[in-house]
Structure formats: C-alpha cells, structure tokens
Design a protein around this ligand. Sequence first.
Ligand code: PLP
Length: 234
Amino acid sequence: MAACIVEPILSSGGVIDPPAGYFAALKRKCEERGMLLIVDEAQTGLCRTGSWYAFERDGIVPDILTLSKTLGAGLPLAAVITTAEIEQAAHDRGYLFFTTHVSDPLVAAVGVTVLDVLQRDGLDTRAAQAGSALRAGLLELQERHECVGDVRGRGLMQGIELVTDRATKQGADRLGSAVTARCFELGLHMNVVQLPGMGGIFRIAPPLTASDEEIRTGLDILDTAIAECVSAAV
Ligand SMILES: Cc1ncc(COP(=O)(O)O)c(C=O)c1O
C-alpha cells in the first residue's frame, strides 16, 4: 500500500484520542512497509489541541500533512504540506491536481494572517489553558450526572459521551438529541456526532479565542440542559 491516512484524534468519529505512542508506532510500521504517513489535521491542527499540531505529542513528523478549517478562518482554504522530495516525486510521476481556486491569493493571504495571529497571540498555549478549564468543568459534570459516561479529548477539542448505563456504556442517543435541542434553546450550539448510533457523543470545539467566561457559560448551559432532560425523561 502507498500510504496510511489518519486523524490524530478521530474528531467527527466520536472524539477518540489514541494512547500516547500510537502514532510513533504507526510511523514505524509505515516505514517498515515503505508507506507514507499522511496525517489529516483538518480539525486538530493549528493550536486546537493545545499544540500547533496534534502529531507533536508522539514526537513524529508526518510525510504529508493536510490542513483546513482553522487555516481559512471561515473562508474555504485547505493545504497539503509535504517535503520537497515527495513534491518532486509527485511532479516526476506526472501527478496533476487542480481546481478553479487552486492557490487563490485572497484566501492564501487570509491563511498567512491566521498563522501570524495564532503565533502572535500564543493560541496554542491559550487552547491548552482554556482546554484544561473546559475539561475540568466536563469532569465535574461527569461527577454529578450519572449519564455522562466519558470525557475525552485534548485541549479545545473535547468529547463527552452520554450513556444510559455506565457499566454497559450503552449510548444515550435520545438523551443526546434532547440535550442538544435544550442547549440550543438556552443559547449553546452543541455539536452532536451525527453518525448512526453515536447520537450520545458531543464533539466540543469552541473557538480558540473563546474567553474563560464564555467557556464557563457553555458549561453552565450544558449542566442545566442535562439536568432538565434527565428529569424530564424519568
Ligand atoms: C478530519 C477532516 N478531514 C478533512 C475534512 C475535509 O475538509 P475540507 O472540506 O475543508 O476539504 C474534514 C471536514 O469536515 C474533516 O473533518
């Protein structure tokens, strides 16, 4: 096989954070087989997890890195980053990629500005700080609400899993939908994972610029929504 493409944290797949060392092992396995390791950091890259790139945790450098989302600050911008050697090999083999908007100067300028602002404002450090406050708040919700079965993630990408029973870990899809709707009424847009059977998992990824107060407000709304929906279901 030519390559292995992975997300460092499965984001929309339920906020699954593989254990430390997983990607170092994967990189070794790729090297043994002459495969490239492509890391998709569309969601996790550019400070979200508390470091510039989530792959840094495992001390690896991917052969190819893909970025999107944060890079364009809302504009449609994505990037493929690789080594000069791999780029040359792609040219030598006649690889061709184009779209109408390839290398558009306007969005490229936005992307460069995003990188400058992330660096200028130390948003990696900020995401780590805000992420630990968010995580502490979510763990506190888990202590008080039996239906919060798991809290996982890194930095400002956190997930919580609502369950009907902590022992069986059966997902609480209906409760997840009810909590999402109630949060929305109370002013919090919650991103519930939409895959079938995974409606009890929330992917929580606030803006990197969210203030401590906004994070606290979000946690309070989530707390209220969970309490109300659980008591309505009893
Ligand atoms: C992990 C991941 N990779 C890639 C993409 C695709 O990004 P884009 O549509 O900007 O190319 C997405 C979009 O949701 C994503 O979440």
